[in-house]
Design a protein around this ligand. Structure first.
Ligand SMILES: O=P(O)(O)OC[C@H]1O[C@H](OP(=O)(O)OP(=O)(O)O)[C@H](O)[C@@H]1O
Ligand SMILES: O=c1cc[nH]c(=O)[nH]1
Ligand SMILES: [Mg+2]
Length: 210
């Protein structure tokens, strides 16, 4: 059975994605909105976090109230564009650890290569959220998931802003145990491996490198 694709069905996400798609959106606004959508997708992607209870004293009385069970969680951005989503995740889950995975794509073949990987020591015991704004051919995300599995990680989710159907299919085939959380699934990839209609090069737009 393949992993589920959770497409955010929410007017706020849809509205913010449209601002990101607009080529005239400034670097400052682009970066802020990437982070905001990161926060909104985290809200959905953490629905299954286990709860326990604890006793608290409100100004009125003592009560038993829900609290997170202290599960270990890590967010793993794919460098560089994935960095844009880290802040949004951390605002929702401040205790999360952060592992970094650096990936570049061969411009001819579009195949990814890992050039950097620095993880928390206990990464194998943590629930992992790999984050990257774009799932295009799926090569980068597939390789990042493989890298995390090599390090013993078992419970892995993938968060992206936009996905191409080709990328979704690739992840579902290569890693059927991984659910994808995304803002929208777009129409197709063009001959350069860009998502159509998409939002262009996410890394360049977050960091203003073009
Ligand atoms: O699904 P794929 O076909 O692998 O493409 C998606 C990858 O491309 C972009 O990164 P890019 O390689 O442009 O690097 P950057 O983050 O440094 O801009 C994007 O952030 C993904 O990591
Ligand atoms: O559309 C795309 C595809 C890959 N990487 C991007 O940044 N944008
Ligand atoms: Mg890029």
């Amino acid at each position: 059975m393949s992993g589920k694709v959770h497409v955010m069905d929410h007017p706020l996400v849809a509205h913010k994605l449209t601002i990101l798609r607009d080529k005239d959106t400034s670097v400052k606004d682009f970066r802020e909105i990437v982070s905001e959508i990161g926060m909104l997708i985290t809200y959905e992607a953490t629905r299954d976090l286990p709860l326990t209870t604890k006793e608290v004293e409100t100004p009125i009385c003592r009560t038993i109230a829900p609290t997170l069970k202290g599960k270990k969680f890590a967010v793993v951005p794919i460098l560089r564009a994935g960095l844009g989503l880290v802040d949004g995740v951390l605002r929702m889950v401040p205790s999360a650890r952060v592992g970094h995975i650096g990936m570049f794509r061969d411009e001819e073949t579009l195949e990814p290569h890992v050039y950097f990987c620095k993880m928390p020591k206990d990464i194998a015991e943590r629930d992992i959220m790999i984050v990257d704004p774009m799932l295009a051919t799926g090569g980068s995300a597939e390789a990042a998931i493989t890298e995390m599995k090599k390090r013993g990680c078992k419970n892995i989710k993938l968060m992206v802003l936009l996905a191409a159907p080709e990328g979704v299919e690739r992840i579902q085939k290569a890693h059927p145990d991984v659910d994808i959380y995304c803002g929208a699934v777009d129409d197709h990839l063009n001959e350069h491996g860009y998502i159509v209609p998409g939002l262009g090069d996410a890394g360049d737009r977050i960091f203003g490198t073009k």
